[in-house]
Write a protein that binds this ligand. Structure first.
Ligand code: URA
Length: 240
């Protein structure tokens, strides 16, 4: 992955002013890169490796990055892929040099909340099978979801390979030939939601993650966009 990016964009993304203001600071000789006065606002730098100073003061390098992505369908939950677009391709370049990765996976056709970070400890804690961190999904299901399905899910449904899923909370929002549901699960097996519905003879035709532990998808966040978590969101995620 390319780790360099424009100097003006990097500083703007880190909150040191607008690109116009940064351009002006560069013109006035106020910015140095590795001790050398920067001349071109478009120069390529690696913010993770190079020393950048504004008026002689080293910029605050942020070690840890926490982003909420509203994942669209059609991209894969990986850091790189030769053929397909990844969730990291959707993240502004300024963050990409921080070695960020998605916490867990959503299928290519699944949308919604995906936490992107470089905090390996937090990722490990959230994904640990021993922690049973909740994940809430909204789904459209082909078939009439019944109270019997609710009961089966609450008791621990048996998947096609014999695995007994942990008890899950199924809430029917609309019950029709196409049903709408919300489902809270406490584990994250491969294709888990789709396989749970498969076990009661139904097919998930749309799937979106709404929350993970204490973190809920921001309804204002457009599909394909990301934003940094607030301090409150970071703290509550760490309390999961
Ligand atoms: N369950 C699934 O089946 N797919 C996902 O992407 C997430 C949970």
């Amino acid at each position: 992955m390319k780790n360099t990016q424009r100097l003006d964009k990097t500083l703007a993304n880190l909150g040191y002013g607008s690109r116009k203001e940064i351009k002006l600071m560069i013109k006035n000789g106020l910015i140095t890169v590795d001790g050398v006065r920067a001349k071109d606002s478009g120069m390529q730098i690696d913010p993770g490796k190079q020393d950048i100073c504004i008026k002689g003061e080293k910029i605050a390098y942020r070690g840890l990055v926490y982003l909420m992505l509203n994942k669209p369908a059609g991209v894969i939950s990986a850091t790189e892929d030769k053929k397909m677009g990844t969730v990291i391709d959707l993240i502004p370049k300024a963050y990409q040099s921080f070695n960020i990765f998605p916490v867990g996976r959503l299928d290519k056709d699944t949308e919604g909340l995906l936490l992107i970070t470089n905090d390996g400890q937090l990722a490990h804690d959230l994904l640990s099978p021993r922690k049973h961190v909740s994940k809430k999904y909204y789904a459209i299901v082909d078939g009439i979801v019944t109270e019997d399905d609710v009961k089966k899910f609450s008791q621990g449904i048996i998947l096609e390979d014999g695995y007994v899923a942990l008890p899950a909370e199924l809430n029917i929002l609309k019950c029709n030939e196409l049903s709408e549901i919300e489902l809270v699960i406490y584990e994250g097996k491969f294709h888990q939601v789709k396989r749970m519905f498969g076990a009661v003879g139904k097919k998930v035709i749309y799937l979106k993650r709404i929350s993970m532990g204490n973190l809920t998808l921001d309804l204002e966040l457009e599909k394909g966009k990301c934003r940094e978590l607030t301090n409150d969101e970071i703290c509550s995620l760490m309390r999961n």
